[in-house]
Design a protein around this ligand. Structure first.
Ligand code: PEP
Ligand code: MN
Length: 265
């Protein structure tokens, strides 16, 4: 693996530069799984900003298991993310699934997300590596740490050193209670292998809102640099990932609980 890569990723947002890394405060990314409409995304952005989040997440292009499930509003959702950014100054992170959409996504996103299902989409990795926006690289659900770091290497080898590694849970043998197995052991392991900033996504990692707070606290105790948490104004009505989404109220109280666990925010 490469050495001498930056141990921080500094992201430009309307509210200023936000650094990710071991020697910086925890950066929280929050927002709905999918961008559903203007009112909900702007409202959610305002609520997560008030709670202390620095980035708004929200999918325009959604990688859904079923082709009959909501696929995201695509390009029109990108415009809604601009509205949310204009209203709050939060940085925007959203997923790119297809090389053909990268230019449009990168024009809106302050951080471009590559999802778990595309972690080894090598043409996509090369293309996000050849543009300037930082990349949030989610671990594939069956990817080894070596495969994950090699995926990051594809991005860096193409010229973009600004990669954040996000653990989002891996496939275990028991999905009865939790959607995935959140592998928090990657935090110390990655620290020993790479300088890249580390993020933990306890929402996809557990699949259940009630399990998110304890895993978020554990991730901070283990030294994560960043958290990604799904927040929806009405989880019961969400078009995707409602069961794992926190309400804005619960997110706000969680942020207060997190502040006492570790790393200053
Ligand atoms: C998401 O962030 O909404 C998402 C689809 O994540 P993952 O790629 O980790 O499943
Ligand atoms: Mn989701």
């Amino acid at each position: 693996f490469r050495h001498g890569e930056p141990s921080e990723v500094v992201v430009s947002t309307p509210n200023g530069f936000v650094p990710f890394g071991e020697h910086h405060p925890l950066v929280t990314i929050a927002g709905p799984c999918s961008v559903e409409n203007e009112e909900m995304i702007v409202y959610t952005a305002q609520r997560v900003k008030a709670a202390g989040a620095k980035f708004l997440r929200g999918g325009a292009y959604k990688p859904r298991t079923s082709p009959y499930a909501f696929q995201g509003h695509g390009e029109s959702a990108l415009n809604l993310l601009i509205a949310a950014r204009d209203a709050t100054g939060l940085g925007i992170i959203t997923e790119v699934m297809d090389t053909a959409d990268l230019e449009k996504v990168a024009a809106v996103a302050d951080i471009v997300q590559v999802g778990a299902r595309n972690m080894q989409n090598f043409p996509l990795l090369k293309k996000v590596g050849a543009q300037d926006k930082p990349v949030f690289l989610k671990r594939g659900m069956s990817a080894t740490i070596e495969e994950w770091l090699m995926a990051a290497e594809y991005i860096m080898a193409a010229g973009n050193p600004n990669v954040i590694l996000c653990e989002r849970g891996i496939r275990g043998f028991d999905r009865q209670y939790a959607r995935n197995t959140l592998d928090l052991s990657v935090i110390p392991v990655l620290r020993s292998l790479t300088h890249l900033p580390i993020a933990i996504d306890p929402s996809h990692g557990t699949g259940k809102a009630e399990y998110v707070p304890s895993m978020a606290m554990a991730a901070i105790a283990a030294g994560t640099d960043s958290l990604m948490i799904e927040v929806h104004p009405n989880p019961a009505k969400a078009l995707s990932d409602g069961p794992q989404s926190l309400t804005p109220e619960r997110f706000d109280s969680l942020m207060q609980e997190l502040a006492v666990v570790g790393k200053a925010m």
